[in-house]
Design a binder for this molecule. Structure first.
Ligand code: AMP
Length: 490
């Protein structure tokens, strides 16, 4: 969907250093003869060069999320927490691993997720398990297992964590990605569908994304969907040869998926295919109409997309997706979801209508970076604590802890011995106050407090330190404000 050439070269550049290491290792072992013959035990320990290279990077399609990117993730987490509070969602954490059968029964055979993307394996205890490729199946399992049907409805659950899909990796498409899911159980009314779309919009706008498009569709009840699938099969059957190989298979396994095939030749054929809207049952039609009225009421812009079917078997009625657009035709899918009114029942629970959606957090971060969303500056320490000598080093831990308890953020470089290098560190972070604790101060239970703005310093007893720091910080704040004011006056 958002394939980018850049990603291929990025992938190359990522592996390049590893290849270099491999070559180095090979070269080394070629030049240096082995001095003594390894015993069988020793030779077992030797790691093959390729293995060593592989260990220096995560498996393909997986990646580290480095500190430099964390402020974006943090902003998303905060927006999610606010949404949970505003809309009354309770968090639930689920295992990343479930029995494979659960996914097959929920998502359905013939879907890309089950046929191509799921990571499955057999455990030492001979259990067939899979890393979750999506969140809903586990959620439905937990709902039934914990007897949630007795709780007052609707039940609103929020879950977040990694998902695993064996897809072709590229930028924005990873084999391990992270989603935030919001699900509501026990309510059929389309007002819930509208509310959940509203929630999605709220989160996305809270993190600073502006150009958002919702695409919505109704795929009817399970029965009307089955009827429509028959009509579709009849339509495509006699022009089967013109479909791509995947769609020829889908004709047998999952005909609806032909509608959202990205191949040009299939998209051409889809244009003349019978429309779902013309075969929708009356109840679903009314449900979909009400949803549109609610969205209009909320002033949420949406596009009705008859081709939108979503890839998983459990969906019924409302399906929707959220895109970020750049005004030049480029669209990035940020999330999607829909109703799954029959899933709980099909897994052995009570009949429970439900709706949910997942936001792709990795994609949110990429879009925030692409659109240069401004992040709030986190509070930075304005106090630096320097120490000199073993006793002072020990005592400075207590001073640090005291200041922390009183809400004063403190920076330090405890590992450094020289005062000069510590003062340099204090200057680097732009500290307003530097505290110096030497042997004498440690014995006297005092601290030297240096005001870095005026350059003055005084010795303060440790029990008065908090008050003294707050006084200097307050004074300096005034100086900074005054300076800014005079600057503006000029
Ligand atoms: P889906 O349920 O497959 O539509 O996924 C919901 C959202 O998760 C998508 O709209 C993407 O934002 C995100 N997503 C899905 N698959 C991946 C992936 N392989 N890598 C990164 N993000 C993904």
């Amino acid at each position: 969907m958002i394939a980018k050439k850049k990603s291929a070269s990025q992938a190359k550049s990522k592996t390049a250093p590893a290849k270099k290491v491999a070559r180095k290792v090979e070269k080394k072992s070629a030049v240096k003869p082995v001095a003594k013959k390894a015993t069988p035990k020793e030779s077992k320990k030797v790691i093959a060069p390729e293995k060593e290279v592989l260990m220096m990077q995560p498996p393909r399609g997986m990646r580290d999320i480095l500190p430099v990117d964390q402020p974006y993730w943090e902003r998303i987490r905060k927006a999610l927490a606010v949404a949970c509070q505003e809309y009354g969602f309770n968090r639930i954490d689920l295992p990343a691993l479930e029995y494979t059968n659960l996914f097959i029964r929920s998502i359905g055979e013939g879907t890309d997720v089950i046929d191509k993307e799921i990571y499955s394996f057999v455990t030492k205890g001979n259990d067939k398990v899979s890393l979750r490729p999506e969140m809903t199946a586990g959620l439905a399992r937990a709902y039934i297992q914990h007897g949630m049907s007795v709780l007052p409805k609707p039940i609103r659950l929020f879950s977040t964590g990694p998902l695993y899909r064996y897809e072709r990796p590229q930028e924005g498409r990873y084999r391990e990605h992270f989603q935030a899911n919001f699900d509501v159980f026990g309510e059929n009314d389309p007002i819930l569908d509208a509310q959940i779309i509203h929630l999605a919009q709220r989160v996305v706008s809270q993190i600073g994304l502006k150009n958002i498009e919702f695409r919505i569709n109704s795929i009817g009840t399970a029965e009307s969907r089955r009827d429509y699938e028959k009509i579709l099969v009849r339509h495509f059957e006699f022009q089967k040869q013109k479909l791509c190989q995947d769609c020829r298979n889908r004709l047998v396994t999952n005909p609806l998926r032909i509608l959202d095939c990205k191949e040009d030749k299939c998209a051409q054929l889809v244009m003349t295919a019978p429309k779902f809207a013309d075969h929708l049952d009356q109840e679903s039609k009314n449900h979909f109409k009400s949803l549109q009225e609610y969205l209009n009421e909320l002033e949420i812009k949406y596009v009705i997309d008859p081709q939108l079917v979503r890839g998983l078997d459990y969906y019924t009625r409302t399906v929707f997706e959220i895109y970020s657009t750049d005004g030049e035709g480029r669209k990035t899918a940020l999330g999607g979801g829909g109703r799954y009114d029959k899933l709980i029942q099909s897994l052995g629970g009570e009949e429970t209508p439900a709706i949910g959606f997942g936001l792709g957090m990795d994609r949110l971060v990429l879009e925030m970076q692409r659109t240069q969303v401004k992040l709030h500056q986190e509070a930075k320490p304005r106090v630096f604590l320097a120490q000199l000598g073993d006793l002072a080093k020990k005592k400075s831990l207590r001073v640090f802890s005291e200041l922390q308890k009183n809400g004063i953020l403190v920076a330090e470089s405890f590992g450094r011995g020289s005062l000069k290098s510590q003062m340099r560190a204090a200057n680097r972070i732009g500290a307003d106050v530097t505290l110096i604790l030497g042997q004498k101060e440690a014995l006297d239970e005092t601290v030297i407090l240096k005001d870095m703005v005026s350059g003055t310093q005084e010795t303060v007893t440790q029990d008065k330190l908090v008050i003294a720091i707050k006084k200097v910080l307050k004074g300096n704040q005034a100086v900074v404000i005054k300076k800014d004011a005079s600057f503006e006056a000029e």
